[in-house]
Ligand binder design. Structure first.
Ligand code: G6P
Ligand code: ZN
Length: 547
Protein backbone atom coordinates (compact mmCIF):
# COMPACT_ATOMS: atom_id res chain seq x y z
CA UNK A 1 0.00 0.00 0.00
CA UNK A 2 1.46 3.37 -0.92
CA UNK A 3 0.55 6.95 -1.81
CA UNK A 4 -0.04 7.51 -5.50
CA UNK A 5 -0.16 10.70 -7.48
CA UNK A 6 -2.79 10.41 -10.21
CA UNK A 7 -2.73 12.79 -13.15
CA UNK A 8 -5.96 14.73 -13.66
CA UNK A 9 -7.34 17.84 -15.33
CA UNK A 10 -9.78 20.48 -14.12
CA UNK A 11 -13.54 20.07 -14.51
CA UNK A 12 -15.58 23.16 -15.24
CA UNK A 13 -18.17 24.34 -12.73
CA UNK A 14 -16.94 22.91 -9.41
CA UNK A 15 -18.29 26.03 -7.75
CA UNK A 16 -20.08 25.40 -4.44
CA UNK A 17 -23.55 27.01 -4.12
CA UNK A 18 -25.71 27.85 -1.07
CA UNK A 19 -24.70 24.58 0.52
CA UNK A 20 -21.71 22.85 -1.03
CA UNK A 21 -21.11 21.38 -4.48
CA UNK A 22 -24.28 19.75 -5.82
CA UNK A 23 -24.51 18.01 -9.17
CA UNK A 24 -26.21 15.09 -10.81
CA UNK A 25 -24.88 11.69 -9.70
CA UNK A 26 -23.74 11.13 -13.28
CA UNK A 27 -21.52 14.20 -13.03
CA UNK A 28 -19.94 12.90 -9.81
CA UNK A 29 -19.43 9.50 -11.46
CA UNK A 30 -16.97 10.93 -13.97
CA UNK A 31 -13.51 9.56 -13.19
CA UNK A 32 -11.60 12.12 -11.16
CA UNK A 33 -14.53 14.48 -10.55
CA UNK A 34 -14.90 13.89 -6.81
CA UNK A 35 -11.14 13.34 -6.46
CA UNK A 36 -10.42 16.76 -7.95
CA UNK A 37 -12.75 18.49 -5.54
CA UNK A 38 -11.35 16.68 -2.51
CA UNK A 39 -7.73 17.29 -3.60
CA UNK A 40 -8.55 21.00 -3.99
CA UNK A 41 -10.20 20.98 -0.56
CA UNK A 42 -7.17 19.35 1.08
CA UNK A 43 -4.79 21.64 -0.83
CA UNK A 44 -6.59 24.71 0.51
CA UNK A 45 -6.77 23.25 4.02
CA UNK A 46 -3.20 22.03 4.33
CA UNK A 47 -1.19 23.51 1.44
CA UNK A 48 -0.60 21.86 -1.93
CA UNK A 49 0.12 18.15 -1.35
CA UNK A 50 0.92 18.89 2.30
CA UNK A 51 -0.02 16.45 5.06
CA UNK A 52 -2.88 16.93 7.54
CA UNK A 53 -0.64 15.80 10.36
CA UNK A 54 -2.26 15.15 13.71
CA UNK A 55 -5.73 16.12 12.52
CA UNK A 56 -9.08 14.37 12.81
CA UNK A 57 -11.59 14.41 9.97
CA UNK A 58 -15.27 13.44 10.30
CA UNK A 59 -16.85 11.76 7.29
CA UNK A 60 -20.38 10.66 6.51
CA UNK A 61 -23.37 11.20 4.31
CA UNK A 62 -27.12 10.86 3.97
CA UNK A 63 -26.87 7.38 2.46
CA UNK A 64 -28.02 8.36 -0.99
CA UNK A 65 -26.89 6.56 -4.14
CA UNK A 66 -23.09 6.95 -4.66
CA UNK A 67 -22.54 7.61 -0.93
CA UNK A 68 -20.63 4.40 -0.32
CA UNK A 69 -18.41 4.79 -3.39
CA UNK A 70 -17.60 8.39 -2.51
CA UNK A 71 -16.80 7.51 1.13
CA UNK A 72 -14.22 4.93 0.03
CA UNK A 73 -12.62 7.41 -2.38
CA UNK A 74 -12.35 10.04 0.34
CA UNK A 75 -10.98 7.58 2.92
CA UNK A 76 -8.14 6.72 0.52
CA UNK A 77 -7.42 10.37 -0.15
CA UNK A 78 -7.52 11.24 3.56
CA UNK A 79 -5.01 8.45 4.25
CA UNK A 80 -2.80 9.75 1.44
CA UNK A 81 -2.84 13.14 3.20
CA UNK A 82 -1.78 11.61 6.49
CA UNK A 83 -4.77 12.48 8.64
CA UNK A 84 -4.25 11.05 12.12
CA UNK A 85 -7.84 9.85 12.32
CA UNK A 86 -11.00 9.71 10.27
CA UNK A 87 -14.27 9.22 12.15
CA UNK A 88 -16.69 7.72 9.69
CA UNK A 89 -20.34 6.98 10.40
CA UNK A 90 -21.27 3.29 10.35
CA UNK A 91 -22.39 2.31 6.86
CA UNK A 92 -21.17 5.71 5.70
CA UNK A 93 -24.15 7.32 7.44
CA UNK A 94 -24.12 10.61 9.33
CA UNK A 95 -26.89 13.19 9.18
CA UNK A 96 -25.82 16.78 8.65
CA UNK A 97 -26.60 17.91 12.23
CA UNK A 98 -24.97 14.75 13.60
CA UNK A 99 -21.79 15.49 11.65
CA UNK A 100 -21.77 18.95 13.20
CA UNK A 101 -22.22 17.40 16.65
CA UNK A 102 -19.41 14.88 16.12
CA UNK A 103 -16.98 17.56 14.86
CA UNK A 104 -17.63 19.67 17.95
CA UNK A 105 -17.68 16.92 20.56
CA UNK A 106 -14.59 15.12 19.23
CA UNK A 107 -12.53 18.26 18.56
CA UNK A 108 -12.12 17.39 14.88
CA UNK A 109 -10.50 19.79 12.45
CA UNK A 110 -13.51 19.52 10.20
CA UNK A 111 -15.85 17.18 8.39
CA UNK A 112 -16.99 16.19 4.95
CA UNK A 113 -20.73 15.72 4.42
CA UNK A 114 -21.92 13.84 1.37
CA UNK A 115 -25.43 14.98 0.65
CA UNK A 116 -27.61 16.90 -1.74
CA UNK A 117 -29.97 17.55 1.17
CA UNK A 118 -33.60 17.54 0.04
CA UNK A 119 -32.85 16.95 -3.64
CA UNK A 120 -33.97 13.58 -5.04
CA UNK A 121 -31.44 10.72 -5.08
CA UNK A 122 -30.80 7.54 -7.05
CA UNK A 123 -28.74 6.99 -10.21
CA UNK A 124 -30.56 9.85 -11.98
CA UNK A 125 -30.77 12.03 -8.88
CA UNK A 126 -28.40 14.46 -7.22
CA UNK A 127 -25.25 14.09 -5.16
CA UNK A 128 -23.28 16.64 -3.19
CA UNK A 129 -20.26 17.32 -1.03
CA UNK A 130 -19.73 19.98 1.58
CA UNK A 131 -16.96 20.81 4.05
CA UNK A 132 -17.65 21.90 7.62
CA UNK A 133 -15.00 23.58 9.73
CA UNK A 134 -13.91 23.06 13.34
CA UNK A 135 -16.89 24.88 14.87
CA UNK A 136 -19.10 22.26 13.15
CA UNK A 137 -20.56 24.69 10.63
CA UNK A 138 -20.32 25.05 6.86
CA UNK A 139 -17.08 26.59 5.59
CA UNK A 140 -17.38 30.29 4.82
CA UNK A 141 -17.67 31.59 1.26
CA UNK A 142 -14.10 32.85 1.13
CA UNK A 143 -12.92 29.30 1.77
CA UNK A 144 -15.25 27.59 -0.72
CA UNK A 145 -14.23 30.13 -3.35
CA UNK A 146 -10.57 29.25 -2.75
CA UNK A 147 -11.40 25.56 -3.16
CA UNK A 148 -13.16 26.31 -6.43
CA UNK A 149 -10.18 28.26 -7.72
CA UNK A 150 -7.88 25.40 -6.81
CA UNK A 151 -10.10 22.90 -8.72
CA UNK A 152 -9.45 24.93 -11.85
CA UNK A 153 -5.68 24.46 -11.86
CA UNK A 154 -5.19 20.91 -10.56
CA UNK A 155 -2.89 18.52 -12.37
CA UNK A 156 -2.91 15.55 -10.01
CA UNK A 157 -4.49 14.17 -6.86
CA UNK A 158 -3.08 12.01 -4.08
CA UNK A 159 -4.62 8.70 -3.14
CA UNK A 160 -3.65 5.25 -1.85
CA UNK A 161 -3.77 1.98 -3.77
CA UNK A 162 -5.91 0.16 -1.22
CA UNK A 163 -9.09 -1.90 -1.43
CA UNK A 164 -12.41 -0.71 0.02
CA UNK A 165 -12.69 -0.83 3.81
CA UNK A 166 -15.51 -2.60 5.63
CA UNK A 167 -17.70 0.12 7.19
CA UNK A 168 -20.72 -1.78 8.45
CA UNK A 169 -19.46 -2.54 11.95
CA UNK A 170 -18.15 -0.11 14.55
CA UNK A 171 -14.44 -0.31 15.32
CA UNK A 172 -11.03 0.96 14.29
CA UNK A 173 -8.78 -0.10 11.40
CA UNK A 174 -5.69 1.39 9.77
CA UNK A 175 -5.16 2.76 6.30
CA UNK A 176 -1.47 3.60 5.97
CA UNK A 177 -0.80 5.64 9.12
CA UNK A 178 -4.41 6.86 9.38
CA UNK A 179 -6.75 5.35 11.94
CA UNK A 180 -10.18 4.86 10.41
CA UNK A 181 -12.74 4.64 13.21
CA UNK A 182 -16.25 3.55 12.30
CA UNK A 183 -18.57 5.23 14.82
CA UNK A 184 -22.21 4.85 15.88
CA UNK A 185 -23.88 7.65 13.89
CA UNK A 186 -26.47 8.38 16.59
CA UNK A 187 -24.54 8.38 19.90
CA UNK A 188 -22.91 11.84 19.91
CA UNK A 189 -26.02 13.43 18.47
CA UNK A 190 -28.31 11.86 21.06
CA UNK A 191 -26.02 13.02 23.87
CA UNK A 192 -26.34 16.61 22.64
CA UNK A 193 -30.16 16.42 22.56
CA UNK A 194 -30.33 14.79 25.99
CA UNK A 195 -28.51 17.76 27.47
CA UNK A 196 -31.00 20.24 25.96
CA UNK A 197 -34.45 18.80 26.43
CA UNK A 198 -36.54 17.46 29.28
CA UNK A 199 -36.65 13.84 28.15
CA UNK A 200 -38.63 12.84 31.27
CA UNK A 201 -41.39 15.29 30.44
CA UNK A 202 -41.53 14.09 26.83
CA UNK A 203 -41.56 10.47 28.01
CA UNK A 204 -44.52 11.31 30.25
CA UNK A 205 -46.27 12.98 27.32
CA UNK A 206 -46.05 9.79 25.26
CA UNK A 207 -47.06 7.74 28.30
CA UNK A 208 -50.26 9.84 28.48
CA UNK A 209 -51.11 8.61 24.97
CA UNK A 210 -49.84 11.55 22.91
CA UNK A 211 -49.61 10.48 19.25
CA UNK A 212 -46.89 11.64 16.86
CA UNK A 213 -46.34 10.66 13.25
CA UNK A 214 -42.73 11.30 12.20
CA UNK A 215 -42.15 10.80 8.50
CA UNK A 216 -38.43 10.29 7.86
CA UNK A 217 -39.07 10.27 4.10
CA UNK A 218 -36.88 7.15 3.59
CA UNK A 219 -33.91 9.33 4.47
CA UNK A 220 -31.16 9.56 7.05
CA UNK A 221 -33.36 11.02 9.79
CA UNK A 222 -34.99 7.62 10.26
CA UNK A 223 -32.34 5.93 12.41
CA UNK A 224 -32.00 9.03 14.60
CA UNK A 225 -35.75 9.45 15.14
CA UNK A 226 -36.21 5.73 15.81
CA UNK A 227 -33.40 5.61 18.37
CA UNK A 228 -34.44 8.77 20.20
CA UNK A 229 -38.23 9.06 19.82
CA UNK A 230 -39.19 5.40 19.90
CA UNK A 231 -36.12 4.08 21.74
CA UNK A 232 -35.42 6.64 24.43
CA UNK A 233 -38.65 8.57 24.70
CA UNK A 234 -40.93 5.57 24.61
CA UNK A 235 -43.17 6.55 21.70
CA UNK A 236 -44.96 3.49 20.36
CA UNK A 237 -43.29 1.47 17.59
CA UNK A 238 -44.50 2.78 14.25
CA UNK A 239 -44.40 6.42 15.38
CA UNK A 240 -41.52 6.93 12.95
CA UNK A 241 -42.54 5.90 9.45
CA UNK A 242 -40.53 5.55 6.23
CA UNK A 243 -37.60 5.18 8.59
CA UNK A 244 -35.06 3.03 6.71
CA UNK A 245 -32.68 5.16 4.64
CA UNK A 246 -32.90 4.21 0.97
CA UNK A 247 -30.44 5.15 -1.74
CA UNK A 248 -33.23 6.70 -3.81
CA UNK A 249 -35.50 7.86 -0.94
CA UNK A 250 -38.15 5.47 -2.24
CA UNK A 251 -38.17 7.37 -5.52
CA UNK A 252 -39.60 10.42 -3.71
CA UNK A 253 -38.43 13.95 -3.13
CA UNK A 254 -37.12 14.00 0.47
CA UNK A 255 -38.19 17.56 1.18
CA UNK A 256 -40.46 18.16 4.18
CA UNK A 257 -42.98 20.63 2.86
CA UNK A 258 -46.72 20.27 2.22
CA UNK A 259 -46.10 19.48 -1.45
CA UNK A 260 -43.54 16.67 -1.14
CA UNK A 261 -44.70 15.40 2.26
CA UNK A 262 -48.31 15.25 1.08
CA UNK A 263 -48.79 11.79 2.56
CA UNK A 264 -47.99 13.13 6.03
CA UNK A 265 -50.29 16.09 5.48
CA UNK A 266 -53.09 13.70 4.52
CA UNK A 267 -52.61 11.76 7.76
CA UNK A 268 -52.79 14.95 9.82
CA UNK A 269 -55.92 16.11 8.01
CA UNK A 270 -57.71 12.78 8.48
CA UNK A 271 -60.49 12.21 11.01
CA UNK A 272 -58.29 10.04 13.25
CA UNK A 273 -55.25 12.31 12.91
CA UNK A 274 -52.46 12.05 15.49
CA UNK A 275 -51.70 15.02 17.78
CA UNK A 276 -48.62 16.06 15.87
CA UNK A 277 -46.91 15.38 12.55
CA UNK A 278 -43.28 15.98 11.67
CA UNK A 279 -40.92 15.25 8.82
CA UNK A 280 -37.24 15.71 8.05
CA UNK A 281 -35.36 15.86 4.76
CA UNK A 282 -32.67 13.84 2.98
CA UNK A 283 -29.88 14.73 5.41
CA UNK A 284 -32.19 15.41 8.38
CA UNK A 285 -31.43 19.07 8.88
CA UNK A 286 -34.82 20.37 7.72
CA UNK A 287 -38.11 19.91 9.52
CA UNK A 288 -41.80 20.42 9.02
CA UNK A 289 -44.23 20.56 11.95
CA UNK A 290 -47.95 19.90 11.79
CA UNK A 291 -50.72 19.84 14.32
CA UNK A 292 -53.97 17.93 14.02
CA UNK A 293 -55.55 19.45 10.89
CA UNK A 294 -53.02 22.27 11.02
CA UNK A 295 -49.82 23.09 9.10
CA UNK A 296 -47.20 25.23 10.83
CA UNK A 297 -45.20 27.57 8.60
CA UNK A 298 -41.44 27.40 9.25
CA UNK A 299 -41.33 31.10 10.10
CA UNK A 300 -44.08 30.67 12.69
CA UNK A 301 -42.35 27.60 14.08
CA UNK A 302 -39.18 29.61 14.73
CA UNK A 303 -41.20 32.36 16.39
CA UNK A 304 -43.04 29.90 18.67
CA UNK A 305 -39.78 28.26 19.75
CA UNK A 306 -38.25 31.66 20.48
CA UNK A 307 -41.31 32.82 22.43
CA UNK A 308 -41.30 29.79 24.76
CA UNK A 309 -37.60 28.91 24.82
CA UNK A 310 -37.30 29.52 28.56
CA UNK A 311 -39.58 26.51 29.14
CA UNK A 312 -36.87 24.18 27.79
CA UNK A 313 -33.88 23.25 30.01
CA UNK A 314 -31.19 24.06 27.41
CA UNK A 315 -32.53 27.59 26.93
CA UNK A 316 -33.80 28.33 30.41
CA UNK A 317 -31.34 31.18 30.84
CA UNK A 318 -32.97 33.01 27.93
CA UNK A 319 -31.85 33.75 24.40
CA UNK A 320 -28.91 36.02 23.60
CA UNK A 321 -30.60 36.87 20.33
CA UNK A 322 -32.30 35.29 17.34
CA UNK A 323 -31.48 35.27 13.64
CA UNK A 324 -33.43 34.59 10.49
CA UNK A 325 -32.63 34.65 6.80
CA UNK A 326 -33.90 37.73 5.03
CA UNK A 327 -36.79 36.06 3.16
CA UNK A 328 -38.06 34.40 6.37
CA UNK A 329 -41.14 36.12 7.79
CA UNK A 330 -40.81 38.81 10.44
CA UNK A 331 -42.80 36.81 13.03
CA UNK A 332 -39.63 36.12 15.03
CA UNK A 333 -38.67 39.82 14.87
CA UNK A 334 -41.88 40.62 16.74
CA UNK A 335 -41.20 37.98 19.39
CA UNK A 336 -37.61 39.23 19.78
CA UNK A 337 -38.86 42.77 20.26
CA UNK A 338 -41.23 41.65 22.98
CA UNK A 339 -38.42 39.69 24.66
CA UNK A 340 -36.07 42.67 24.34
CA UNK A 341 -33.42 40.70 22.44
CA UNK A 342 -31.75 41.42 19.09
CA UNK A 343 -32.98 39.84 15.87
CA UNK A 344 -30.42 39.49 13.07
CA UNK A 345 -31.33 39.34 9.39
CA UNK A 346 -28.89 37.35 7.25
CA UNK A 347 -28.70 36.17 3.64
CA UNK A 348 -30.12 32.74 2.75
CA UNK A 349 -27.72 29.95 3.71
CA UNK A 350 -27.11 28.45 7.12
CA UNK A 351 -23.44 29.39 6.96
CA UNK A 352 -24.35 33.02 7.64
CA UNK A 353 -25.54 32.11 11.14
CA UNK A 354 -22.18 30.61 12.13
CA UNK A 355 -20.43 33.79 13.23
CA UNK A 356 -23.46 35.04 15.17
CA UNK A 357 -23.69 31.72 17.02
CA UNK A 358 -19.94 31.56 17.69
CA UNK A 359 -19.92 35.14 18.96
CA UNK A 360 -22.88 34.49 21.26
CA UNK A 361 -25.01 37.06 19.45
CA UNK A 362 -27.76 34.60 18.55
CA UNK A 363 -29.06 31.46 20.25
CA UNK A 364 -31.87 30.39 17.90
CA UNK A 365 -31.88 30.67 14.11
CA UNK A 366 -34.29 29.77 11.38
CA UNK A 367 -35.21 29.98 7.74
CA UNK A 368 -38.37 29.88 5.69
CA UNK A 369 -36.93 26.86 3.88
CA UNK A 370 -37.92 24.55 6.76
CA UNK A 371 -34.70 25.00 8.71
CA UNK A 372 -34.50 25.68 12.44
CA UNK A 373 -31.62 25.32 14.85
CA UNK A 374 -29.61 26.76 17.69
CA UNK A 375 -26.13 27.13 19.11
CA UNK A 376 -26.05 23.41 20.10
CA UNK A 377 -24.48 22.60 16.70
CA UNK A 378 -23.65 24.72 13.66
CA UNK A 379 -26.21 23.27 11.26
CA UNK A 380 -29.95 23.39 11.22
CA UNK A 381 -31.38 20.36 12.94
CA UNK A 382 -34.66 18.68 11.99
CA UNK A 383 -35.07 16.29 14.91
CA UNK A 384 -33.96 18.99 17.37
CA UNK A 385 -36.93 21.10 16.22
CA UNK A 386 -39.29 18.17 16.74
CA UNK A 387 -37.91 17.53 20.24
CA UNK A 388 -38.23 21.23 21.04
CA UNK A 389 -41.91 21.18 20.03
CA UNK A 390 -42.49 17.95 22.01
CA UNK A 391 -40.86 19.51 25.06
CA UNK A 392 -43.09 22.60 24.74
CA UNK A 393 -46.23 20.52 24.30
CA UNK A 394 -45.27 18.42 27.32
CA UNK A 395 -44.72 21.35 29.67
CA UNK A 396 -47.36 23.82 28.43
CA UNK A 397 -50.17 21.31 27.98
CA UNK A 398 -51.08 23.14 24.77
CA UNK A 399 -51.52 21.73 21.27
CA UNK A 400 -49.47 22.57 18.19
CA UNK A 401 -52.32 24.69 16.89
CA UNK A 402 -52.95 26.49 20.17
CA UNK A 403 -49.28 27.51 20.44
CA UNK A 404 -49.32 28.97 16.93
CA UNK A 405 -52.63 30.73 17.49
CA UNK A 406 -51.21 32.15 20.70
CA UNK A 407 -48.36 33.62 18.66
CA UNK A 408 -50.81 35.18 16.20
CA UNK A 409 -52.93 36.62 19.01
CA UNK A 410 -49.92 38.19 20.67
CA UNK A 411 -48.18 39.55 17.60
CA UNK A 412 -50.57 39.38 14.65
CA UNK A 413 -50.18 36.79 11.91
CA UNK A 414 -47.41 37.09 9.34
CA UNK A 415 -49.29 35.56 6.43
CA UNK A 416 -46.62 33.97 4.31
CA UNK A 417 -46.05 31.94 1.18
CA UNK A 418 -43.22 31.08 -1.20
CA UNK A 419 -43.79 30.60 -4.91
CA UNK A 420 -41.09 28.68 -6.76
CA UNK A 421 -40.57 28.62 -10.51
CA UNK A 422 -38.31 25.62 -10.93
CA UNK A 423 -36.22 24.55 -13.90
CA UNK A 424 -36.41 27.79 -15.84
CA UNK A 425 -33.65 28.75 -18.27
CA UNK A 426 -30.70 30.34 -16.49
CA UNK A 427 -30.56 33.22 -19.00
CA UNK A 428 -34.26 34.02 -18.46
CA UNK A 429 -33.84 33.95 -14.70
CA UNK A 430 -30.81 36.23 -14.90
CA UNK A 431 -32.64 38.58 -17.26
CA UNK A 432 -35.57 38.81 -14.84
CA UNK A 433 -33.30 39.65 -11.91
CA UNK A 434 -31.31 42.15 -13.98
CA UNK A 435 -34.51 43.91 -15.06
CA UNK A 436 -35.66 44.04 -11.44
CA UNK A 437 -32.36 45.50 -10.30
CA UNK A 438 -32.50 48.13 -13.03
CA UNK A 439 -35.87 49.32 -11.74
CA UNK A 440 -34.72 49.56 -8.13
CA UNK A 441 -33.86 53.28 -8.07
CA UNK A 442 -37.34 54.24 -9.32
CA UNK A 443 -39.62 51.85 -7.41
CA UNK A 444 -40.00 53.74 -4.13
CA UNK A 445 -43.14 55.90 -4.15
CA UNK A 446 -44.68 54.17 -7.19
CA UNK A 447 -48.14 52.64 -7.03
CA UNK A 448 -48.11 49.23 -8.71
CA UNK A 449 -51.15 46.95 -9.00
CA UNK A 450 -52.96 49.37 -6.68
CA UNK A 451 -50.32 49.20 -3.93
CA UNK A 452 -47.84 51.88 -2.92
CA UNK A 453 -44.21 50.81 -2.69
CA UNK A 454 -42.46 52.35 0.31
CA UNK A 455 -38.98 51.19 -0.58
CA UNK A 456 -37.09 48.57 -2.56
CA UNK A 457 -33.51 47.35 -2.50
CA UNK A 458 -31.14 44.52 -3.22
CA UNK A 459 -30.34 42.96 0.14
CA UNK A 460 -26.71 43.26 1.21
CA UNK A 461 -25.33 41.91 4.46
CA UNK A 462 -22.34 42.99 6.47
CA UNK A 463 -21.38 40.28 8.92
CA UNK A 464 -21.19 42.05 12.30
CA UNK A 465 -18.44 39.71 13.48
CA UNK A 466 -15.92 39.57 10.63
CA UNK A 467 -17.09 42.55 8.59
CA UNK A 468 -17.41 40.53 5.36
CA UNK A 469 -19.98 41.86 2.90
CA UNK A 470 -22.38 39.73 0.81
CA UNK A 471 -24.24 41.63 -1.91
CA UNK A 472 -27.12 40.85 -4.27
CA UNK A 473 -28.83 38.54 -1.79
CA UNK A 474 -32.38 39.18 -2.99
CA UNK A 475 -34.52 42.03 -4.26
CA UNK A 476 -37.00 43.35 -1.68
CA UNK A 477 -40.07 45.35 -2.57
CA UNK A 478 -41.76 46.66 0.56
CA UNK A 479 -45.16 48.38 0.81
CA UNK A 480 -46.30 51.13 3.14
CA UNK A 481 -47.94 48.60 5.50
CA UNK A 482 -44.65 46.57 5.60
CA UNK A 483 -46.04 43.84 3.35
CA UNK A 484 -43.29 42.64 1.06
CA UNK A 485 -42.30 40.61 -1.94
CA UNK A 486 -38.77 39.23 -2.19
CA UNK A 487 -37.22 37.83 -5.36
CA UNK A 488 -34.13 35.70 -5.48
CA UNK A 489 -32.63 32.81 -7.41
CA UNK A 490 -32.06 29.55 -5.61
CA UNK A 491 -28.47 28.55 -4.94
CA UNK A 492 -29.18 24.86 -4.42
CA UNK A 493 -30.70 23.60 -7.68
CA UNK A 494 -28.88 21.42 -10.19
CA UNK A 495 -31.01 21.97 -13.30
CA UNK A 496 -31.48 25.40 -14.87
CA UNK A 497 -32.52 28.09 -12.42
CA UNK A 498 -35.22 28.38 -9.78
CA UNK A 499 -36.86 31.72 -9.13
CA UNK A 500 -38.20 32.10 -5.60
CA UNK A 501 -40.85 34.70 -4.87
CA UNK A 502 -41.47 35.20 -1.15
CA UNK A 503 -44.70 36.91 -0.10
CA UNK A 504 -45.47 38.28 3.35
CA UNK A 505 -48.29 40.35 4.78
CA UNK A 506 -48.82 41.16 8.45
CA UNK A 507 -52.40 40.71 9.64
CA UNK A 508 -53.07 42.19 13.08
CA UNK A 509 -56.84 41.54 12.92
CA UNK A 510 -57.58 38.19 14.60
CA UNK A 511 -60.92 37.85 12.77
CA UNK A 512 -58.93 37.60 9.54
CA UNK A 513 -56.34 35.04 10.66
CA UNK A 514 -58.21 32.17 9.05
CA UNK A 515 -58.48 33.65 5.57
CA UNK A 516 -56.91 31.23 3.07
CA UNK A 517 -53.25 32.23 2.73
CA UNK A 518 -53.20 32.45 -1.07
CA UNK A 519 -56.32 34.62 -0.99
CA UNK A 520 -54.84 36.96 1.58
CA UNK A 521 -51.68 37.25 -0.51
CA UNK A 522 -53.34 37.62 -3.93
CA UNK A 523 -52.69 41.38 -4.18
CA UNK A 524 -48.99 40.76 -3.53
CA UNK A 525 -48.91 38.11 -6.26
CA UNK A 526 -50.28 40.73 -8.65
CA UNK A 527 -47.64 43.17 -7.50
CA UNK A 528 -44.92 40.56 -8.05
CA UNK A 529 -46.07 39.92 -11.61
CA UNK A 530 -46.36 43.63 -12.38
CA UNK A 531 -42.89 44.44 -11.06
CA UNK A 532 -40.97 41.38 -12.24
CA UNK A 533 -42.93 40.33 -15.37
CA UNK A 534 -42.51 36.70 -14.41
CA UNK A 535 -44.74 35.44 -17.21
CA UNK A 536 -42.82 37.39 -19.81
CA UNK A 537 -39.41 36.20 -18.65
CA UNK A 538 -40.19 32.59 -17.76
CA UNK A 539 -43.14 31.74 -19.98
CA UNK A 540 -44.83 30.33 -16.86
CA UNK A 541 -48.38 31.18 -15.77
CA UNK A 542 -48.02 29.79 -12.28
CA UNK A 543 -45.34 28.61 -9.85
CA UNK A 544 -44.35 24.94 -9.95
CA UNK A 545 -44.25 24.67 -6.15
CA UNK A 546 -46.17 26.78 -3.64
CA UNK A 547 -45.40 26.40 0.05
C1 G6P B 1 -30.24 24.77 2.04
C2 G6P B 1 -29.47 25.69 2.92
C3 G6P B 1 -30.39 26.71 3.52
C4 G6P B 1 -31.16 27.43 2.46
C5 G6P B 1 -31.86 26.45 1.55
C6 G6P B 1 -32.51 27.11 0.35
O1 G6P B 1 -31.13 24.01 2.80
O2 G6P B 1 -28.82 24.99 3.95
O3 G6P B 1 -29.67 27.59 4.30
O4 G6P B 1 -32.12 28.26 3.03
O5 G6P B 1 -30.96 25.50 1.08
O6 G6P B 1 -31.55 27.71 -0.44
P1 G6P B 1 -31.90 28.23 -1.88
O7 G6P B 1 -30.67 28.97 -2.32
O8 G6P B 1 -32.26 27.05 -2.74
O9 G6P B 1 -33.11 29.13 -1.70
ZN1 ZN C 1 -31.03 19.24 4.19
Amino acid sequence: MRVQSQPTQPFAGQQPGTSGLRKKVTVFQQPGYLENFVQALFDVLHGVDQPASGQTLVLGGDGRFHNRTAIQTILRMAAARGYARVLVGQGGILSTPATSAVIRRRGAAGGIILSASHNPGGPDGDFGIKYNVANGGPAPEKFTQAVYERTQVLEHYLTVDAPDLPLDAAGAQALLATEIEVIDPVADYAAVQRALFDFDAIRALFARGFRLRYDAMWAVGGPYAKAIIEGELGAPAGTVVNAEPREDFGGLHPDPNPVYADDLVAHLMAADAPDMGAASDGDADRNMILGRGFIVSPSDSLAVLAAHADRVPGYRAGLAGVARSMPTSTAVDRVAKALGIPCHETPTGWKFFGNLLDAGQATLCGEESYGTGSNHVREKDGLWAVLFWLNLLAVTGGSVESLVRGLWRAHGRCVYSRHDYEGIATESANALMAALREQLPSLAGQTVAGQRIAWADDFAYTDPVDGSVSRQQGVRVVLDDSSRVVFRLSGTGTEGATLRVYLERHEPDATRHDLPVQQALAPLVQLAEAVARIRHHTGRDAPSVTT
